[in-house]
Write a protein that binds this ligand. Structure first.
Ligand code: ATP
Ligand code: MG
Length: 393
């Protein structure tokens, strides 16, 4: 008899012929999460198991944060040969409990006796006999004791909910436009949770934005690299383009013209690095540049698909998610964003694409070269599993 983690996975079940490959990636990712706790990880009969952990609770939390994991239980694993021993173990595990309970049982080994209803009956009986403080309630129990019969018998009384999603690395690669705000890290997390590898681009406008603002974004990318494994952040210079827009274009269009250039530079870097889509933290109506017309004008500037997972979310919902994934505190630090520095007093909220294109033409032929230059000059910072790995230029 020993303590293990019993790990359930979700949608990977649906993957048909790709299932073995999805499972291989998922097991590797669980192994990486369990490594700091010395855990041994294996796959058997539709479950992942972890044994030999130094800190089972911390290990369970780390594994529950792996994309693709549905839930994790701290469980006791024992020989299934003698079901009366399993019942005795169930009774012992329920000894600290008060109130009502029920037993849930399943067997993947259909020859095993007793069958599932029989297991519930026998284990329930043993629990009641040893624990007079407990009573049975099959509708709304305070506690559920679960027994699974597979290679072994496993018993547990609780589930830690996993983050769900798909195994990291099975869904291609996307490029997140990462500001220092609350929204974009949440947007990146949501796409990454679908198994998509993340890279990120941040635009900074030195000296209008400080070194501290840059460090804040590196920290956000580092936080994302814990569930994502590896995040490459590209910090792209944006000052010259912003100054040009400010000097040569109508003020009311400043924000949208800026956003169009951000998309273009991000697309260049994304294509160069092999990403298939852009991701932003925009949601309808949040600010002037996020009306439907403004979003349309932004999309017009690039040919890659733009994923906006927060499009229908309220700010309060986004904040709740930021708190849950652990980015809220860092995002809330004060900083100056390149957008806020050059924000027009009266931004156009319902821009016409024709007008925007005309205003942009005022930037002349130098624009393309400036976009190329920003993409080429972007400084690369590599974050891996919560650590800064290095900086290249
Ligand atoms: P956030 O809360 O994500 O900072 P925001 O509320 O400040 O967004 P905008 O400034 O309109 O809204 O930005 C919309 C989106 O554009 C952001 O979610 C992000 O994806 C991208 N973005 C904005 N500023 C930058 C930047 N300096 N570098 C990279 N991407 C940016
Ligand atoms: Mg926003």
């Amino acid at each position: 008899m020993r303590e293990i983690l019993l790990v359930r996975f979700g949608e990977v079940h649906l993957k048909g012929l790709n299932r073995p490959q999805f499972l291989r990636v998922l097991v590797d990712n669980v192994r990486r999460a369990a490594r700091p706790f010395g855990g041994r990880v294996w796959l058997s009969d539709s479950r992942i198991y972890v044994s030999d952990m130094t800190d089972p609770d911390a290990c369970a939390r780390a594994v529950a944060g792996v994309f693709g994991i549905h839930s994790v239980s701290r469980a006791v694993e024992m020989d299934k040969g003698d079901f009366s021993a399993v019942c005795a173990q169930a009774a012992a595990m329920m000894a600290p409990m008060r109130g009502t309970f029920k037993v849930r049982a399943r067997r993947s080994d259909k020859r095993y006796q007793p069958d599932s209803p029989g297991m519930c009956r026998e284990a329930g009986h043993a629990i009641l006999e040893a624990n007079p403080q407990l009573s049975v309630d099959v509708e709304h129990p305070d506690h559920v004791l679960e027994i699974e019969i597979r290679d072994h018998a496993t018993l547990h009384t609780g589930r830690l909910e996993g983050v769900g999603g798909m195994p990291m690395g099975t869904g291609g690669k996307a490029c997140l436009l990462l500001s220092g705000g609350i929204d974009s890290p949440v947007a990146g997390y949501m796409i990454a949770r679908r198994g998509v590898r993340l890279m990120a681009v941040h635009f900074h406008s030195f000296p209008y934005t400080s070194q501290r603002a840059r460090e804040k974004v590196v920290e956000l990318a580092r936080l994302l690299s814990v569930p994502c494994g590896r995040v490459e952040l590209f910090v792209a210079p944006f000052t010259e383009i912003q100054m040009r827009i400010h000097a040569q274009c109508p003020e009311a269009y400043g924000t949208i013209l800026m956003r169009r250039q951000m998309m273009r530079i991000a697309e260049r870097i994304a294509r160069r690095e092999g990403a298939q889509a852009l991701v932003t933290g925009e949601s309808v109506g949040q600010v002037a540049s996020q009306t439907l017309e403004a979003l349309g004008c932004t999309d017009d500037a690039c040919s890659m698909s733009v994923l906006r997972p927060l499009i229908g979310f309220d700010k309060s919902e986004i904040i709740a998610r930021a708190e849950k994934i652990g980015t809220f505190e860092t995002s809330s630090l004060p900083y100056e964003d390149c957008c806020t520095v050059f924000t027009p007093r009266h931004p156009a909220t319902h821009p016409r694409l024709e007008r925007i294109r005309e205003a942009e033409a005022l930037l002349g032929e130098a624009l393309e070269a400036m976009l190329d230059e920003s993409a080429a000059a972007a400084e690369k910072v590599v974050l891996r599993e919560g650590h800064t790995e290095g900086t290249e230029n």
